[in-house]
Design a binder for this molecule. Structure first.
Ligand SMILES: *Cc1c(COP(=O)(O)O)cnc(C)c1O
Length: 191
């Protein structure tokens, strides 16, 4: 199980505290913020793995491929195309999780459950290394059924990675098979 320490909004000093304790996998949700914070830290700690966990605009795809080691928010055909083009241009392949809108919430990112097989086929055909599924379940209700559904969807589609679980529901996510938990406030304190 991989603990992705979500360092969005947190300054370099707070990140370096965790690095000193041995943490090596970090998550950011904005490309621009990550570009400002991470090159200096990584120059000193080349073994750090940096994951993008937030929504990605297609016009930032190339910056994202250049900077990140893993992307958790692939959720639509236009982004598949943009990431594939960026990968070809930069000669770099970045493992991706497909984000699923697991609670069918209108305001949330993620691909609809019904659209998942087609999106996966498109991504694989264009050379994206899809390693699993990611979700952010609806706030304020029991997360377990949504995690269980994500696990089933991954199974159905031959995927082993499950990026699920945040500070408030990480134990449930781990019990239900998470391979990556994305934890911010429980590690860094409130934002
Ligand atoms: C901020 C964020 C997290 C971490 O949330 P916490 O509640 O602080 O643990 C996890 N995943 C995504 C997509 C986020 O944006």
């Amino acid at each position: 199980m991989t603990l992705v320490a979500v360092s969005k909004t947190k300054p370099a000093e707070a990140i370096l505290d965790l690095v000193a304790q041995g943490q090596r996998v970090f998550g950011e949700n904005r490309v621009q913020e990550a570009q400002a914070k991470w090159p200096a830290i990584r120059a000193a700690h080349p073994d750090i793995s940096l994951h993008l966990i937030g929504q990605l605009q297609s016009n930032k795809a190339e910056d994202a491929i250049a900077l990140f080691d893993c992307i958790h928010s692939l959720d639509r055909p236009s982004l598949v195309a943009a990431l594939a083009k960026a990968q070809d241009k930069l000669g770099k392949r970045v493992p991706c999780f497909v984000q699923v809108n697991i609670g069918a919430e209108e305001q949330k990112g993620g691909c609809a459950v019904a659209d998942l097989p087609a999106l996966l086929a498109d991504a694989r055909e264009k050379g994206i290394d899809v390693v699993g599924l990611m979700c952010v379940p609806p706030a304020g209700i029991e997360a377990a059924p949504f995690f269980a559904l994500l696990d089933k969807l991954a199974d159905d589609n031959g995927l082993s990675g499950l990026s699920m679980g945040m500070s408030d529901d990480l134990e449930t996510a781990v019990q239900l098979g998470a391979t990556h938990v994305r934890v911010g406030s429980a590690l860094f304190g409130e934002r």
